[in-house]
Design a protein around this ligand. Structure first.
Ligand code: 13P
Length: 259
C-alpha cells in the first residue's frame, strides 16, 4: 500500500461554535457546496458540539458525510454529571470520535492515559477514532517535538498494537491551532513521517494503511501545499470549517491532490 491508496479525509471540527440555526444553515451549505464536486476519493466528516450532534446526525442520515463527537468520556456509563459516553455517541447514529484534542488536554487536564481510556471506549462502540497529538511552542523550541508526539501516540498504540488499524492520527501542533500560523508543509511532513515510523514499529502494514491528518490553521489557501506532502493524508479543520465554501474548497483540493 502506498500514500496514494490511503483515503484522503477532510474533517471539520466545529468546536463550541454555533447555534441551532447556524449549524443547520452551515450543514445545508456544506451539503450544497459539496454536491457539485461529486467527491469520489475524499471522505468528509463533521464534528459538531454534543448539543447539536443528534440534529446533525439526523440531517446527514443517508448522506456520504460522516458525523462524530469531539470527545467521549473515559468511563462507559454511570454517575458522571456532564459526561457523554461513547455508547451514547454510537446510539445517536455517529460513527466517529476525536480523542486527545489539545484543547481537551489543556483546558480539561486530560493525560495520555485518560486519552488511551477514551480510545478504548470508542473501540468498544466501534467508533472510528481520530487520536490527536501535538507539541506546544515551548516543547518545539526545546527540541522535544518528536519525543512529545511519540509519547502521546504510544500511550494508545502500546495498549492496542495492531488493533489500532482503522483508526486515524491527527498531528495538531498546539501553536498552530487557531493562530493563523500553520506549520509549514515541511514541518508537518517531518513530524507526520516520524509518526508513521512510530506506527511501523508496531506493524509495517499498519503504518502504511493509517491516515495521518494535519490540523492547525488549515485554510483553502494553504491546503494544497500541505496535501502535496506524502505523509499528510488530509486535514482536521477548525476555523475554516465554519465557512461552507472554504471547507468545500479544502475537500476539493484533497480530492484533486491526493490522487
Ligand atoms: P484551526 O483550524 O482553527 O486552527 O483549528 C484546528 C483544530 O484544532 C482542529 O481540531
Amino acid at each position: 500500500m502506498s500514500a496514494k491508496s490511503r483515503t484522503p479525509l477532510v474533517a471539520g471540527n466545529w468546536k463550541m461554535n454555533g447555534s441551532k440555526a447556524f449549524i443547520r444553515g452551515l450543514l445545508d451549505d456544506v451539503q450544497s457546496e459539496l454536491q457539485p464536486l461529486a467527491l469520489e476519493r475524499c471522505s468528509v466528516l463533521v464534528f459538531p458540539s454534543y448539543a447539536y450532534l443528534y440534529a446533525v446526525a439526523d440531517q446527514l442520515r443517508g448522506s456520504s458525510i460522516g458525523v462524530g463527537a469531539q470527545d467521549v468520556d473515559e468511563r462507559p456509563e454511570g454517575a458522571v454529571t456532564g459526561g457523554v459516553s461513547a455508547g451514547m455517541v454510537r446510539d445517536l447514529g455517529c460513527g466517529f470520535a476525536i480523542v486527545g484534542h489539545s484543547e481537551r488536554r489543556t483546558l480539561f487536564g486530560e493525560s495520555d492515559s485518560t486519552v488511551a481510556e477514551k480510545y478504548d471506549r470508542c473501540c468498544e462502540q466501534n467508533l472510528t477514532t481520530i487520536v490527536c497529538v501535538g507539541e506546544t511552542l515551548e516543547e518545539r523550541e526545546a527540541g522535544q517535538t518528536l519525543e512529545v508526539v511519540h509519547r502521546q501516540l504510544k500511550a494508545v498504540t502500546d495498549r492496542v498494537g495492531v488493533d489500532f488499524a482503522g483508526s486515524m492520527v491527527a498531528y495538531e501542533p498546539v501553536w498552530a491551532i487557531g493562530t493563523g500560523r500553520s506549520a509549514t508543509p515541511d514541518q508537518a511532513e517531518e513530524v507526520q513521517a516520524s509518526l508513521r515510523a512510530c506506527l511501523a514499529e508496531v506493524d509495517a502494514g499498519l503504518a502504511e494503511a493509517t491516515s495521518i491528518l494535519y490540523g492547525g490553521s488549515v485554510t483553502a489557501e494553504n491546503a494544497q501545499s500541505l496535501f502535496e506532502m506524502n505523509n499528510i493524508d488530509g486535514a482536521l479543520v477548525g476555523g475554516a470549517s465554519l465557512k461552507a465554501d472554504n471547507f468545500a474548497k479544502i475537500c476539493e483540493v484533497a480530492e484533486r491532490v491526493k490522487r
